[in-house]
Design a protein around this ligand. Structure first.
Ligand code: IPE
Ligand code: MG
Length: 237
């Protein structure tokens, strides 16, 4: 979700108002995904590298996050959306962590859609954390290095149950991954839109999904097989 700051600056507003407008876009997109029947949406809300930002912006973003979680809980429940989070959550300020845990606990039984917030998240950090877990199991004699395979690594990511994404949307025209879901996006389709995140609407979402529907997903194979299009096929990788 990129471009909040530029959106605000272009209007002569403080950056936090761009983030607030970005929160409105989140509401629209969550609703849009629900309407389209998309089962999982992961939003890159705060990267591990975002901790480098000025402390005032971090403070304002964290306050906005608490406010958002409080304000959205009823809507998440009404729409049967399960909230979860990935990242080094222990680094979040206690009020954020507390609100997040409450919202996750109160929505954990829902299955219509899974909304995952990536917070204090970095793809490399996730792989470091997974590697530490796996190394500990080897050290304890519960795992031998020879049996480590792709599945072992996938099982030690923050949310092993989260499916690999089919489509990654990057807003504000930036053509980079910025440390997002590095393991999970190996065969993900990328869609870059110049739209700044606060301007992202249900229509922008529909355009991205429509573009995705025209992609040919071969997963390393030479042809698109009916059985594998739309989901990764480990045998073809
Ligand atoms: C993305 O918008 C929101 C967060 C990272 C929280 P930016 O704040 O990166 O906006 P730009 O890139 O300055 O426009
Ligand atoms: Mg940015």
């Amino acid at each position: 979700m990129d471009g909040n700051g530029r959106w605000a600056t272009a209007r002569g507003l403080p950056r936090i108002l761009g983030h607030r407008a970005g929160a409105e876009a989140v509401r629209r997109v969550v609703e849009g995904c629900c309407e389209l029947g998309i089962p999982a949406l992961t939003l890159y809300a705060f990267s591990w590298e975002n901790w480098r930002r000025p402390s005032q912006e971090i403070r304002e973003l964290m306050e906005l996050l608490v406010e958002f979680l409080q304000g959205e809980l009823d809507r998440l429940r009404a729409n049967e959306i399960r909230l979860q989070a990935i990242g080094r959550l222990e680094e979040l300020p206690p009020p954020v962590l507390h609100q997040l845990q409450a919202a996750m606990a109160q929505t954990e039984a829902f299955h219509r859609m899974t909304l995952t917030l990536a917070l204090s998240y970095g793809g490399r950090q996730e792989l470091v954390d997974a590697t530490r877990h796996i190394a500990r199991l080897v050290q304890q004699g519960r795992l031998t290095p020879e049996v480590i395979d792709e599945q072992t690594i996938a099982q030690h990511l923050y949310r092993p149950d989260l499916p690999d994404p089919d489509l990654l949307i990057r807003t504000s025209g930036e053509q980079r991954l910025s440390n997002f879901l590095l393991w999970q996006i190996s065969y993900c389709e990328l869609y870059v839109t110049p739209t700044l995140w606060p301007d992202f609407t249900k229509q922008t979402l529909v355009e991205a999904v429509a573009a995705y529907q025209h992609r040919q997903r071969r997963f390393g194979n030479t042809t698109v097989s009916e059985a594998t299009n739309g989901q990764s096929d480990p045998a073809a990788e």
